[in-house]
Design a protein around this ligand. Structure first.
Ligand SMILES: Cc1cc2nc3c(=O)[nH]c(=O)nc-3n(C[C@H](O)[C@H](O)[C@H](O)COP(=O)(O)OP(=O)(O)OC[C@H]3O[C@@H](n4cnc5c(N)ncnc54)[C@H](O)[C@@H]3O)c2cc1C
Ligand code: SF4
Length: 327
């Protein structure tokens, strides 16, 4: 681990100016940044602690939706009665993530910007080849152990999956992210690896996530985050689905539906083809199963992750049937 300077930012402006410096990295809860420093993936020259900046940890709701500050703690958001009642999948995506200790430290902004759990990426001492860490060096995962890697959105340069849960739910419900000077959709915040897997988001140097806005929608209220993983706690998703459903007054016809996938793609993955196949249809098991298979259209297996192509549509089916009251 390389030594670095540490400074506690006293204001937003102070943080932004310091973050502009080459080699600077922001520290919010520090729960993933320090791991990356210890394993040699991150080598900041300056760590700018933003955790004490006032005014960035509020949760405020009005008729149009809810705004969550970037420094709000995961546990506080997961436990907020308003979030649980009106944005169920958002609350569940947070409470099913990490552990209580981590959730009490970790922030919303830091959660969105966590990096892949690809074991080759996180072990620079053993695996030199990693295009995400070291552009142009190759990919140690391709041809290696790929059980946790992505099947959607991959490229010949990188097949690492995006590990977070919250971002999946945000993408499903058309959330937007305030970066201060500009606001982007949660979906557009994240980039596909393509030929430049080292660039994971659209953030420019010095830019900060300030807040997340989730519109108030019937689909966000009647929603679920279903996460399948190797063990029932303290584990990342093998496959997950954020689903929201609104039925017509007949309680059978699908008026609106949102579907996004986690654990299986290189970025939080909106499954629009599933949504389009179901809007206007009567909800029943056969129809939902057929549409859910579209979730993995274009999926490519790298060997050990083949099971995700089977698992993801089943997770989507179960989530939709649950929100529809059929399970
Ligand atoms: C053992 C373990 C299990 C986990 N399991 C899960 C899981 O199941 N699901 C899940 O979703 N997550 C999981 N996590 C990840 C965890 O949720 C993240 O570590 C946490 O959310 C990061 O938040 P933080 O505030 O501590 O971020 P930090 O570590 O402070 O920062 C993370 C990154 O974001 C940047 N950053 C932080 N805040 C901002 C901001 N406002 N603007 C711009 N950049 C910023 C930092 O520079 C850094 O690069 C797990 C982590 C661990 C260690
Ligand atoms: S999958 Fe991506 S992160 Fe993992 S070794 Fe290959 S290039 Fe690196």
């Amino acid at each position: 681990m390389k030594d670095f300077d540490y400074i506690r930012a006293v204001s937003l402006e102070d943080a932004r100016q310091r973050a502009m410096r080459s080699g600077a990295m922001l520290f919010a809860g520090g729960t993933t940044l320090l791991d990356l420093v210890k394993c040699g993936v991150a080598e900041p020259e300056l760590v700018v602690d933003i955790s004490h900046i006032a005014g960035l940890s509020q949760i405020s709701a009005d008729g149009s939706g809810v705004t969550i500050g970037a420094l709000a703690r995961m546990e506080d958001v997961a436990g907020s009665p308003g979030i649980k009642a009106d944005y169920a999948a958002i609350a569940q995506s947070l409470s099913l993530a990490a552990s209580p200790q981590l959730r009490n430290m970790a922030t919303i902004g830091g959660n969105l910007l966590q990096r892949t759990r690809c074991p080759y990426f996180r072990d620079p001492g053993t695996f030199e080849a990693c295009n995400k860490r070291n552009p142009g060096s190759g990919c140690s995962a391709i041809g290696g152990v790929t059980r946790n890697h992505a099947v959607l959105g991959t490229s010949s340069a990188c097949i690492a999956s995006y590990p977070g849960d919250l971002a999946v739910a945000l993408v499903a419900f058309d959330a937007t992210i305030s970066l201060g000077e500009r606001t982007v959709s949660a979906e557009d915040l994240f980039l596909l690896p393509g030929d430049t897997p080292e660039r994971e988001t659209i953030l420019e140097r010095g830019e900060m996530v300030m807040a997340v806005f989730i519109p108030s929608l019937p689909v966000a209220k009647n929603s679920i985050y279903l996460k399948i993983r190797d063990r029932q706690s303290y584990e990342f998703a093998a496959a997950s689905a954020a689903v929201g459903l609104e039925l017509e007054t007949d309680r059978r016809t699908i008026k609106d539906i949102r579907v996004a996938l986690g654990g299986v793609a290189t970025k939080p993955w909106r499954a629009r083809s599933v949504e389009e196949a179901l809007i206007g249809k009567t909800i029943d098991v056969a129809t939902v199963e057929k549409a859910s298979r579209l979730a993995v259209e274009g999926a490519v297996s790298s060997g050990g992750n083949q099971y995700k192509i089977e698992l993801a549509p089943r997770v989507v089916t179960r989530a939709i049937l649950t929100t529809g009251g059929l399970l």
